[in-house]
Design a protein. Structure first.
Length: 315
């Protein structure tokens, strides 16, 4: 089956192909003979009731010196595409929200959009875990410094994170006697005007912050344990962590079974679960990564698995 596939992503010339999951998807789509239309969010527009994009045809090759070619620029009606992959990285700011509105119209006009635009808006990558309290450690979400300070006093060791970050940015580990606690709380909450999440510190982070990839509600059977660099709390690869693949534990399989049906129902076809120890800590729905690392370590082709799942969903 030859499909017309659109991809909306960050500038392709700036990606690092050895670890870019969008690139793995593009390689798989091209291998299937699909026609790939490359766009950035700024290329989308609405003309009367129809959604269009200024696209370029894209060819890719797994060569770190020359990994893409673009040709034949022109306009395309997004509803005429079979599939659109929304792979723009966070932050999920107003421009991102506006893009999901346009993609929702394209969805209504005939395209299968992955992940579903309305669910990208609904599933905040930090707050979404609260739908699965049985999988989570103790947490508090608030903009109040007073409540945060009380939670830190109660739990003794806490991770603070913004609700709209990625790659481990602006994450703090704090204790009640931290001499910088006041300024950290002031900075993160912007003096009680910005909501943040506090989670009880999970000591098992020393064994890795595990990324589990989900395709249409089903787990890839291996996780990438992202081990923090020396002196670091964060395991994120973008923060210097090291990725080591390992089979899913029984507890991780249980977490996937708890979350999977909701993901499938919401049209969240490609998702990354973050698990530390026994606990689900985040659900990444915008542009989850780690395909390339798991493919390499276990001789997988997760991008192809996703493309085959897309074919099934379209039927």
């Amino acid at each position: 089956m030859t499909l017309q596939l659109g991809i909306i992503m960050d500038p392709i010339e700036s990606i690092k192909i050895h670890k870019d999951s969008s690139f793995a998807m593009l390689l798989a789509a091209q291998k299937k003979g699909w026609r790939i239309h490359y766009m950035q969010p700024c290329d989308l527009y609405l003309n009367n009731s129809r959604v269009y994009g200024h696209r370029q045809l894209l060819k890719v090759q797994d060569d770190k010196h020359h990994w893409f070619d673009l040709q034949d620029p022109g306009e395309i009606e997004l509803g005429s595409l079979d599939v659109i992959l929304m792979r723009k990285d966070p932050p999920l700011d107003l421009e991102y929200i506006y893009t999901t509105y346009l993609l929702e119209l394209a969805e209504q006009q005939g395209a299968l959009v992955i992940n579903k635009p309305s669910s990208l808006r609904d599933a905040n990558e930090k707050l979404f875990i609260t739908r699965f309290p049985q999988c989570c450690t103790d947490m508090l979400v608030t903009r109040s410094r007073q409540r945060l300070r009380a939670f830190i006093q109660q739990q003794n060791d806490v991770i603070l994170k913004p609700l709209n970050g990625m790659g481990g940015t602006s994450i703090f580990r704090v204790t009640p006697d931290d001499p910088n606690l006041s300024v950290i709380l002031e900075t993160m909450t912007q003096h009680d005007s910005t909501t943040v999440m506090a989670q009880k510190y999970i000591p098992e982070i020393t064994h890795g912050d595990k990324r589990i990839l989900m395709i249409d509600g089903e787990a890839v059977p291996y996780a990438l344990a992202r081990l923090p660099a020396p002196g670091e709390t964060r395991g994120n690869l973008a923060a210097g962590g090291t990725g080591i693949g390992m089979p899913l534990t029984e507890r991780e399989k249980w977490i996937c079974r708890q979350v999977g049906p909701t993901l499938k129902k919401m049209g969240l076809v490609f998702v990354g679960l973050d698990v530390i120890g026994d606990y689900l800590t985040e659900i990444n729905v915008t542009s989850p990564t780690c395909i390339r690392e798991l493919d390499k370590q276990f001789n997988l082709d997760i991008g192809m698995q996703l493309m085959q799942s897309i074919e099934t969903i379209r039927q």
